[in-house]
Design a protein around this ligand. Sequence first.
Ligand code: F6P
Length: 341
Amino acid sequence: MRVGVLTGGGDCPGLNAVIRSVVRKGIQEYAIDFVGLRDGWLGALQDRVIPLDIPSVRGILPRGGTILGSSRTNPFKHEDGLRRVQDTLAAHKVDALVVIGGEDTLGVATELSREGINLVGVPKTIDNDVSGTDYTFGFDTAVGIATEAIDRLHTTAESHMRTLVVEVMGRHSGWIALHAGIAGGANAILIPEQPFDIDQVCAWVRSRFEINYAPIVVVAEGAVPHEGQMILKDQALDEFGHVRLSGIGEWLAREISARTGTDARTTVLGHIQRGGTPSAFDRWLATRFGLHAVDAVKDGDFGKMVALHGTQIARIPLADATETTKKVDPSLYAEFDVFFG
Ligand code: F6P
């Protein structure tokens, strides 16, 4: 049996750990032959396929990024996309795919599975917004990086008695903002799921100054003020119709300064959250996802995604996972009200 592996969408720490574990178990226990598709679905469209064996996955467990490359390619947006993907798989005698991706890459996988391509999905993303799994790998590393940044920003904010706004990733969901904000002791956490009131944010900032502390405001890039709209970096759309975000942090610092008459600055963490070595938890989760994904392939259990349910790895229909993104529940957000201001 020959299996193709691909990584698509924004990269995240732990992708290499999945590739390694799929290849190690697949070759050692099931005598599967592997190939890698370069740059996600782009490699499938362009027939860019490379050999993938045990020597090629040696030493990659702690390495961030992906040895296969990644892209935000949607084959259905390309002429004859489906046929070209099918041709590439046929030309390399690929019987099945392990698709490692987030909502978009797995959304394409869902469609291709409906078209008869044998595949198993593995959920990745620092945003943690894939439905049907308690966690995606990459998230824990991103939260750790953002928390460390908040810890550092506390001391400089206090030295200058100014507000520091920390903008983190999270287009549709505030998981990183909420987890890192709570772990880092933020005084306000603003997430896409809950439009915020700028007067309320300023009131929290003032009350923090009144007790002689410097406020830390954590904001997800997709957060929006009441009666406002998302702030875009530019007008360009990717092949899944997504805009590039960033700018809400700068906007907030300006508003806070103007409305409270105090100094405010912004730090945008950006891709630092996605780069570098995965945390121990992400290596553990990515490794388990890989082992269970190759088991699903061996069982011929296609059209499924591996998922974390508590401490168990489950297999769920891909279509269920890609129907909607996983949002922060208002009641979870409300648990932390006591820490704001
Ligand atoms: O999908 C993960 C993510 O990191 C989002 O949080 C962010 O909006 C987006 O990717 C940015 O991706 P890129 O800069 O690679 O287009």
